[in-house]
Write a protein that binds this ligand. Structure first.
Ligand SMILES: [Zn+2]
Length: 331
C-alpha cells in the first residue's frame, strides 16, 4: 500500500497538479521552491510554499501542509481513501468515466418507461422535456443495472468499487431520480434523489466535482447559488440559467475558487427557509466566506418555509422570483 502511494505521488507531481488547478507561483526563491496565494484559505499576500523536489507544501497562513494527497483532501474536502481513488482515476480515467456514462445513459432510457418517475418530476415542477433531456435526468427502477452493465463487459468488482451496486449486487440508486454531475464534459459523479421513503440524497463515494453546470454558468457575472438540483432545475426552466449548485450548503475550496475566478462577481444565495434556521445560518456563513474572497454576496429571502423548488411548485412565476432577487439583502 505505502509503495503504491509513493508511486502514485511520483506520477503526479504536486506542482504540476497545483498549476493544472490554476495555482500561480508568484516567485521562485531557492531552487525548486515556489510561493503563491494559498488555495485553501483567502489571503492577499502569498504564504503557500511548494517544494517541488520534495513534493511537499506548507502554508504559513493557515498552518497546513503535507503531500499531494493531503492537499487534495483539503482542497476537495475528501476522505483519504476517496482521494487515493481519485488520483488513481486521473491516471487511468477511461474505465470509470465510461462506466458512469453507460450507467447514466441506462437510467435516462429508463425514465420514460416508468410513469412513477415522470409523475415525480411533475410533482417537483419539472415538465420541460428539452431541459430534462439536456440535464440527462434519469431514473433507477432497481433490479436491472447490474445485468445491463455485466452484459457490456464490466466486472462485478468494478461495479462494487464504484459504489453503483451493493455487495449483494443491488442497484445502490434504486427508486431514485438521477442527475449526472459533469466536469469538463465528463461525468464525475451521479446524484440520486429518492422518490420514496429512503434517505433523500445519495452520491457515489467520490468527488462531486466542481459547481454544477459550471461550463455554462461561469460566463455570468451574477450567479444564483441554490442547495439542491431540483431548485436548480426549476430555475433553469424558468430562464435563470445563471443558477448553480454544490449539492448542499457547503463549498469546497475548489468550488469557492471557481466563484472567485471572476473579479467583482455577485452571488445570490437562495437556500431553504427552514423552521430550524439551518438554511438561514448556512446562507450567512457562505455570504461571509464569499465576501472574504472579494465576491459581493446577497441573501435571497423566499416566503417562509419555501425553497426555490417548492416556491415554483406552489405557483410562483419568474417575475415573483425576480422580485425576491431585487429585495435580496447584500451582506
Ligand atoms: Zn493557507
Amino acid at each position: 500500500m505505502a509503495e503504491n502511494l509513493e508511486r502514485l505521488k511520483q506520477r503526479i507531481p504536486l506542482l504540476e497538479y497545483l498549476q493544472r488547478h490554476n495555482w500561480k507561483p508568484c516567485r521562485a526563491g531557492a531552487r525548486q521552491e515556489f510561493v503563491g496565494l494559498c488555495p485553501l484559505h483567502p489571503e492577499t499576500r502569498p504564504s503557500f510554499y511548494v517544494n517541488a523536489a520534495k513534493n511537499l507544501f506548507y502554508c504559513h497562513g493557515c498552518g497546513r501542509g503535507g503531500d499531494l494527497i493531503r492537499f487534495i483532501q483539503l482542497f476537495l474536502d475528501l476522505p483519504f481513501r476517496q482521494t487515493v481513488a481519485l488520483l488513481q482515476q486521473e491516471l487511468a480515467p477511461a474505465p470509470v468515466s465510461r462506466l458512469l456514462e453507460e450507467t447514466a445513459a441506462f437510467y435516462q432510457f429508463q425514465l420514460h418507461r416508468h410513469p412513477e418517475a415522470i409523475r415525480y418530476l411533475g410533482q417537483r415542477g419539472l415538465h420541460d422535456p428539452t431541459l430534462i433531456e439536456e440535464m440527462g435526468i434519469g431514473y433507477a427502477p432497481g433490479g436491472n443495472l447490474r445485468r445491463h452493465l455485466a452484459a457490456l463487459g464490466y466486472s462485478f468488482d468494478l461495479l462494487l468499487d464504484s459504489g453503483l451496486i451493493s455487495s449483494q449486487g443491488r442497484d445502490a440508486f434504486c427508486h431514485r431520480m438521477i442527475f449526472p454531475c459533469r466536469q469538463r464534459g465528463q461525468i464525475v459523479n451521479l446524484y440520486g434523489r429518492s422518490i420514496g421513503a429512503a434517505f433523500p440524497h445519495r452520491l457515489l463515494p467520490r468527488s462531486k466535482g466542481g459547481l454544477f453546470g459550471w461550463e455554462s454558468v461561469s460566463s455570468f457575472s451574477t450567479v444564483i447559488r441554490v442547495e439542491g438540483l431540483f431548485d436548480l432545475a426549476v430555475l433553469w426552466q424558468a430562464g435563470f440559467r445563471n443558477t448553480t449548485c454544490a449539492i448542499g450548503t457547503q463549498l469546497t475550496p475548489a468550488q469557492l475558487s471557481q466563484l472567485a475566478e471572476q473579479s467583482r462577481r455577485s452571488v445570490y444565495i437562495a437556500f431553504d427557509q427552514d423552521d430550524n434556521q439551518a438554511g438561514q445560518k448556512g446562507s450567512r456563513q457562505l455570504a461571509q466566506r464569499l465576501q472574504g474572497v472579494g465576491i459581493r454576496a446577497h441573501i435571497v429571502q423566499l416566503p417562509h418555509g419555501h425553497d426555490p423548488n417548492s416556491y415554483f411548485v406552489a405557483g410562483a412565476t419568474a417575475a415573483d422570483f425576480t422580485d425576491c432577487l431585487e429585495r435580496a439583502q447584500q451582506l
